[in-house]
Design a protein around this ligand. Structure first.
Ligand SMILES: [Zn+2]
Length: 190
């Protein structure tokens, strides 16, 4: 039997269900990014032009951030990033360095580019903002806008919690040109 008088109540229940579905979709999206970050921690040391074609993920040893009043967010002022050989998808090659392809003009391939490496105990830790357990600190570098009006490059630092499977952004910086390098000393900024 139809309950015509309850139509408004049905609408409210449907709206609550939509809200629940949207929250689940957002949660799934965030968890997918969490998985991509962990994959990147193993593979992104290979990137020939870090951040140009996809986000590059790395472990963070030390970082500093200052509060930026204009944006209401924390700005990265120091970020010491690296990869861990035993976690890399090719533990032997990562120690040798990122291979560089031989160019058309030269007869020999250039030597591999050194990859900044560190140990598990060097990974920075913070309290997870969501569940307060200890979480590791990871970084991400990517070009987020590539247009005639100008480019945008972003460096962001996140806690990655293995307890509640969430990442929380700790700080972010923007630039209209490449501002990170993955040099031998591993310093990404400054
Ligand atoms: Zn957590």
């Amino acid at each position: 039997m139809c309950r015509y008088n309850d139509l408004k109540e049905s609408r409210e229940r449907a709206a609550a269900h939509v809200k629940w579905c949207e929250e689940q979709a957002n949660r799934a999206k965030a968890t997918k990014l969490y998985m991509e970050a962990i994959t990147g921690l193993a593979t992104d040391w290979r990137d020939r032009d870090p951040g140009k074609y996809h986000p590059v993920w790395f472990f963070v040893k030390e970082f500093d951030a200052t509060i930026c009043p204009n944006r209401g967010t924390n700005t990265v002022t120091k970020c010491d990033g690296f990869w861990i050989a035993s976690f890399a998808d090719d533990p032997t090659q990562v120690v040798i360095g990122r291979p560089i392809e031989k160019s058309f003009w030269s007869s020999q391939a250039p030597p591999p580019t050194p990859v900044p490496l560190g140990k598990w105990k060097e990974v920075a830790e913070v309290d997870c903002p969501k569940c307060k357990h200890k979480a590791i600190v990871v970084g991400c570098y990517e070009q987020t806008d590539d247009s005639a009006e100008g480019d945008t490059w972003e460096l962001s630092i996140h806690s990655l919690c293995q307890e509640c499977l969430t990442m929380s952004e700790l700080a972010r910086s923007w630039s209209d040109y490449r501002f990170c390098s993955f040099g031998k000393d591993g310093h990404l900024l400054g």
